[in-house]
Design a protein around this ligand. Structure first.
Ligand code: HEC
Length: 116
């Protein structure tokens, strides 16, 4: 009987750790900042500006910028970073090409937030 109780306790502990791990995974952003920058290298942002991005590409941009929002930049204040990333998320959501052009300004964000 004691063995059975131990077994049940072990199973409970294992169950709890699994759900804790799952929760941690949830909090992990889908893309790193560098991965999102690859979308820029692939010129998905240019397609968006021209209105040529597919639904999947828009979704990628949106998820990428939302993931950036959850991370800290290598440099600069978190407040300014959030503002810049939120502007990107909003522009993609609203399909607002003019707002996007301003928000995706490579130099102004790199100057403020890119380390190295
Ligand atoms: C909202 C801020 C922001 C904007 C806008 C932005 N970047 Fe970046 N970019 C970053 C940050 C922060 C890094 C540094 C990431 C790191 O070191 O983890 C970076 C790094 C990069 C890198 C180097 C990636 C690597 O693997 O080291 C490239 C290439 C790049 N950006 C391209 C672009 C291009 C092209 C644009 C404009 C179309 C752009 N980025 C717009 C924030 C931005």
């Amino acid at each position: 009987m004691k063995r059975l109780v131990n077994c049940v306790i072990m199973a409970l502990i294992a169950g709890v750790s699994v759900s804790l791990l799952a929760a941690a995974d949830d909090a992990k952003p889908k893309y790193t900042i560098k991965e999102v920058m690859k979308f820029h290298k692939d010129k998905i942002h240019e397609k968006f500006q021209k209105g040529e991005a597919s639904k999947e590409e828009k979704q990628k941009l949106l998820e990428g910028y939302e993931a950036m929002l959850k991370q800290k930049p290598p440099k600069g204040t978190e407040e300014d970073w959030k503002k810049k990333c939120e502007a990107l998320v909003k522009a993609v959501k609203d399909d607002d090409k003019d707002a996007f052009k301003k928000a995706v300004n490579c130099g102004s964000c790199h100057g403020a937030h890119k380390g190295g």
